[in-house]
Write a protein that binds this ligand. Structure first.
Ligand code: SAM
Length: 224
């Protein structure tokens, strides 16, 4: 039986369809255009013994990198695609990190730190090129905010509006992204401001690589 809410099942079916075969070439092919992921990981600054959740963890490429960069952290992943999770489990096993990385099947819009992971909240929650694929992305952000530990932070990297790149490049990229059901979230700035205000926190967004991508950060507390 599925562990997802009925309304979520169509997204799970769509993602499994996209990634059933793609997952085998995912890490090799995406390294050239999912830019900024390692920069985001380097900026996480996870507290000693802290916890990190990646929402839409895919093949666990980032989970493994985070676990290596922060050797005292406990690392968690959630993904709606059981196909992607097959690759994630294999990659975590290959890296010998099963004791520190745990990934589960679930929907970004319904994160439950206590029920799913037995934690009161996460010190860091990461969205790496996943918000643009999650239809209820605003709900996913709200759910992440609700599952942050006090002083915790959300870090985001994703496609941006291609403002400072040639128009032909932006059009080509959009056609390519449409085939994978990817929609850059051009209102990310506004949404992060709303979500941070809701919990008395702070947020910041900056574009990178001539607006190819965007990096966002929200903290339950003041940002330095
Ligand atoms: C482009 S991949 C990014 C994977 C990984 N974060 C990375 O940076 O390589 C997007 C991932 O988001 C997952 N996803 C899409 N919708 C989701 C949802 N509603 N809940 C959880 N995961 C979702 C997909 O299954 C896929 O694994």
């Amino acid at each position: 039986m599925s562990d997802l809410l009925p309304a979520t099942q169509p997204t799970a079916t769509l993602m499994d369809g996209i990634y059933r075969y793609q997952r085998h070439i995912y890490d090799v092919s995406r390294r050239y255009y999912l830019l900024g992921r390692d920069r985001m990981i380097a900026e996480l600054d996870v507290p000693a013994g802290g916890s990190v959740l990646e929402v839409g963890c895919g093949t666990a490429r980032n989970l493994v990198a985070i676990a290596r960069a922060y050797p005292n952290a406990q690392v968690y992943g959630i993904d709606i695609s059981t196909e992607m999770l097959k690759s994630a489990e294999a990659n975590v096993r290959r890296a010998g990190l099963q004791s520190r990385i745990h990934s589960i099947h679930g929907d970004a819009a319904h994160i439950d730190a206590q029920g799913q992971f037995g934690l009161r909240g996460f010190d860091r929650i990461v969205f790496s090129y996943s918000l643009s694929m999650i239809p209820p992305w605003r709900q996913a952000l709200a759910s992440a905010v609700d599952n942050l530990a006090p002083g915790g932070e959300i870090h985001i990297v994703d496609f941006a509006g291609q403002r400072d790149l040639p128009a032909w490049f932006g059009r080509g990229l959009k056609t390519w992204l449409d085939t994978f059901h990817v929609s850059p979230r051009l209102e990310l700035n506004t949404e992060l401001a709303l979500q941070s205000a809701r919990v008395g926190g702070s947020a910041r967004v900056r574009s990178i690589y001539r607006d190819y991508a965007v990096m966002g950060r929200l903290k339950r507390g003041p940002l330095r």
